[in-house]
Design a protein around this ligand. Sequence first.
Ligand code: CP3
Length: 341
Amino acid sequence: MSYILKAIKGELGKGQTIPIWFMRQAGRYLPEYQMIRRNYKNFLDFCYSEKDAAEVTIQPLRRFDLDAAIIFSDILVIPDMMGFDVKFSEGYGPSIDLENSKVQNGFDNKKLDHLIASINITKASLADFKDKDFIGFVGAPLTLAYYILQKNKELREQTILEEIASSSNRLTEIIEQLENMCAQFLITQYQAGVTVLKIFDSHAGILRNREDLIEYSVKPIHNIIKKVRAKIPQAAIIIFPRGVAENINLYKQITDMGNIALALSEEAKIGKIREHYKCALQGNISNNIFFADDTTLRNEAHRLMSEIDRTSHIVNLGHGILPQTNPDKVKLLIDEIRKYQ
Ligand code: CP3
């Protein structure tokens, strides 16, 4: 069995490979990614490109000793496939224009087929490697709603908080619709050949109130997993409620379902989380560590390795690799962690 699946089941034995992968391990910090990226004006066309998307998915595995590939795509392919007008602008990032959106309660099958094809192609390339996991993912409903309900990035957090405070059902309705879409898309990715599923709730941290977090982050993620498990009972799932600080305890009802790993953002203290959680943990090295000198970087690897439970940990960052990162620093961190096996 591959090592991430073992870690999620708490079955990594002594001396066994500790799984390592990094969020945004494919991306702009790699010159080989930039070479291909240049051929696309539109980032979403790149996501639907099949061969090129599969190629950049594999690139980090050629360069580094990693234990998983994560399919090259984006959380915003779900709204895009539903007919929301999703745009990625250089220097601004993603934005969705509701006025130009023609939304349907289902996916554009042509686009979905492109994503399935890139999973199929990647899967075939992964046959050249040994024991690799293959991660498929979605953004959680709250995080998708964050982009859908407000195109101006300065106003997104405020818009979500205003929707919660108002008596309108707009947020609840969109979240319910997205639960179905997310579950359906995770099932599709699994059936196409990924081995692990990840749910990114990257903007969960904007909700400070516990009841709100339960209603708009914990419940939707829980519902998605129930729907996925109804079709694929054995599905191994990583949940990532980013930036929720001490409210991370609220996700226990989800990890208690079993076969679920909890991904930690960098503010989390692994030792403290362990007191509360028995499940596998993932994380949580700062993505800024790659800008530190080599000694600091090595010390961070040792700090992490001294804090984790070796039978059930997946080494990763607390957030994605930044575009300015030097790939040699990424290799140095991996090499340092590998000294432990
Ligand atoms: O390597 C991987 O991790 C797999 C691919 C992946 C991408 N986006 C590719 C991408 C994954 C898993 C994501 C998830 C994603 N996308 C999240 C959740 C994770 C997180 O970072 O919290 C979010 C919030 C998004 C939305 C999004 N997509 C943003 C905010 C941006 C950055 C815009 C910018 O210009 O910096 C993107 C674009 C994006 N997604 C890039 C990549 C490699 C860079 C775009 C490019 O190459 O031009």
